[in-house]
Design a protein around this ligand. Sequence first.
Ligand SMILES: *Cc1c(COP(=O)(O)O)cnc(C)c1O
Length: 385
Amino acid sequence: MTRTKLMVPGPVDVSEEVRAAMAVPSMPHYGEAWIQLFDETKAMAKQVFGTSHDVYILAGAGTMALEAALGSAMEPGDTVLVPCNGFFAERLVAVVEGLGLIPVVVEAPLGQPILPELVISGLEAHPEAKAVMLVHHETSTCVLNPLSEIAKVAQDYGALMFVDAVSSAGGVPVLADAWGLDFCISVANKALETPPGLTMLSISPQGWKAIDARQSSRGWYMDLKTWRWYAENWGDWHPTPVTMPTSNMYALHRSLTMLLEEGMERRWAQYAAAARAVRSGLTQLDFAPFVEDEAYASPLTTAFRMRPGIDAAALQKALVEEAGVQVSSGIGELRGEILRVGHLGLARYRDYVVAFLLGLETYLRQQGISVPVGHSLVAVDNLEV
Ligand SMILES: *Cc1c(COP(=O)(O)O)cnc(C)c1O
């Protein structure tokens, strides 16, 4: 069998071009060549975030940047409204608590979106909330929350808007300036189709005001003021406070160049087409999509429920061992109930989608369920090869 095809929400299988970019010789994270690479990468990241304001690229995981943004702008004891409809929103609650901030949680059922009315009710009940922190694409349930509408609510109530766009930026529209996002955080290893190691965030002028107004001290490495100081004072030769993963930066530069040359709209359409092909194939095979309202079903990942008599863990194992396709299980209370398929990275191409669907068909036949070969391949024709 060839290499296992990653069809998890992230990390994702990346192009040969991006993999090759990782193999550059060592280089210092300062000096002329680095500055050019770093500045060009930042300029491209700004396009992905839809911002003309600041974008910072940090070494580390997305959660680190989420924590850095919150911790830099909020004072211990500040209240943050966290709309919650899945595991990653629960994670944000833990980050909020870990920083000594007070979370106010408003909840929607798993598999359903956060609607603006829910956020309005939370802010009406808690006028002390200084910020709203939303997961854009709740990767644990494959729901895409209506970010622009919720950001509008936050703005109307004078609350700062923090966004976990870790698995969405680059894959669907994210317009930080037009939508009024104060802090928008993403990573290299999901829709930006690069190996893990880098995280990035956009910061609005209001975001900086909140950071500058903060009284108590906030460590050093994860204080965004430290990163700003280096960008402003050492920007022409050593723009970050710490050593950066230079190979990852090459890879991100390559990946963003490819994304922007190809056109973001075209890429978004490819993900959406892969999601449609998977969704219709699943329906053909009587696996119900977990997100019932298509308007909120993510075009980047798809979650589906098990058919009666089909065991999620056994199916997941068979897909790896016999179809060479790795998908994700449900997290927490959804373990055993759903499986999740990613459409990011190479998983948006026809060979990945076909391998997954044929693998499902084979498994069903092995369980004694009669399925004609190719029955699920109803919408794979126009997928990119
Ligand atoms: C993957 C993911 C994270 C975690 O990112 P790390 O880089 O592992 O910290 C956070 N939020 C969402 C929505 C994700 O999909």
